[in-house]
Ligand binder design. Structure first.
Ligand code: 5GP
Length: 327
């Protein structure tokens, strides 16, 4: 068990502490509820433990779908979690399925309007968290490479693909949520921060009741009762929900690396040129595999097929592969 030692940072709702294991971090969720950039503040006994418990449930759900997260284990008290240490990226990544909150104000939308497809918005984590474009994120070097930014966006959408049906099965509409990502020492992009109702907009499908921090922001209901009710619903669903698996169809196209002479391609090219197709300049012959795989999610299917393509279907020394999903 990791034991918390020195305080590394203290924010409005969490305390980060070192542990004896340098690669691990202790995170204690405070009982504080804040809104409007700290202008509204209240101590709500029990909130920290509820946010920690809900985060554990949702981190474990994502991990079971192959999404890399910072969550390692529960801590020594109910409001403490142990995370792997990451270098955090100073971005808030918001995924929206329905219009609520700041986007309603920014574009004068009708609250609750569904979007045609999930939207990803970025905000720069500074004093007033301004919205930021992908070009500006790269211009200000907020991420080390463009590839990291694309991975963040892809993971955010994959997380949404896990959350939407999960909450739906609990009778809850997942309207939007905010994520934060970090990098491991090896440069892998990993989900960090927390997955509590402080960061979500959740609505009961039947009654429209608000099940997230908007109850506090807008003085709609008792926050502790709302969060406790949400946790009870999620726990019940987690026990009864079997992982629904699906059949995914994918193609793996294996071809020789650029600049590597493939004898088969060379022989075909020469034979075709000898038959009069002298205008042919290059030719690259490859192998295409069509596969059907049963998996709990697209992410899990992708993980297995990538491993298969890298280790069995292709020779990584001389070949590259492309993986294309058909559903
Ligand atoms: P909006 O941009 O509409 O205010 O927020 C979109 C989503 O991100 C909401 O679910 C909201 O709770 C979450 N969110 C945005 N900014 C923050 C923030 O600074 N802290 C927390 N906890 N959540 C945020």
């Amino acid at each position: 068990m990791s034991v918390a030692t020195d305080i590394l940072a203290e924010g409005k709702t969490k305390v980060l502490q070192a542990t004896q294991q340098p690669e691990m971090l202790s995170v204690t969720f405070k009982d504080a509820a804040t809104a409007f950039n700290g202008k509204k503040y209240q101590e709500i006994p029990g909130k920290g433990a509820l946010n920690a418990s809900i985060s554990v449930l949702l981190f474990q759900l994502l991990q079971s779908h192959g999404i890399p997260t910072c969550f390692v284990q529960k801590g020594s008290h109910p409001s403490e979690l142990i995370y792997s240490r990451l270098t955090m990226i100073p971005l808030e990544v918001v995924v929206r399925n329905y219009a609520y909150g700041s986007i309603v104000k920014r574009f004068a939308l009708e609250e609750g309007t569904p979007f045609h497809k999930p939207l990803v918005e970025f905000f720069h984590k500074t004093s007033d968290d301004p919205q930021i474009t992908e070009d500006l994120i790269l211009e200000f070097n907020l991420v080390p490479t463009e590839g990291v930014l694309q991975t963040i966006k892809r993971l955010a959408l994959q997380i949404n693909e896990v959350f939407v049906p999960y909450f739906e099965a609990c009778g809850i509409r997942c309207a939007d949520f905010k994520l934060e990502f970090g990098l491991t020492k090896e440069g892998q992009v990993v989900l960090g921060d927390e997955l509590s109702p402080d960061n979500f907009r959740l609505r009961d499908v039947q009654t429209g009741a608000v099940l997230d921090k908007d109850v506090f922001r807008l003085d709609l209901a008792d926050l502790r009762e709302t969060y406790q009710g949400l946790l009870t619903r999620l726990e019940a669903a987690s026990q009864t929900l079997k992982t629904v698996s699906k059949i995914y169809t994918a193609e793996v196209y294996v071809h020789s690396r650029k600049n590597i002479l493939n004898p088969e391609s060379k022989a075909i090219l020469e034979a075709l040129q000898a038959r009069g197709y002298s205008s042919l300049q290059t030719l690259s012959a490859g192998k295409r595999f069509t596969l059907k795989i049963e998996a709990s999610s697209l992410v899990a299917a992708e993980q297995t097929l990538k491993q298969l393509a890298e280790t069995v279907l292709s020779n990584p020394v001389i070949e590259d592969y492309e993986l294309i999903f058909k559903n």
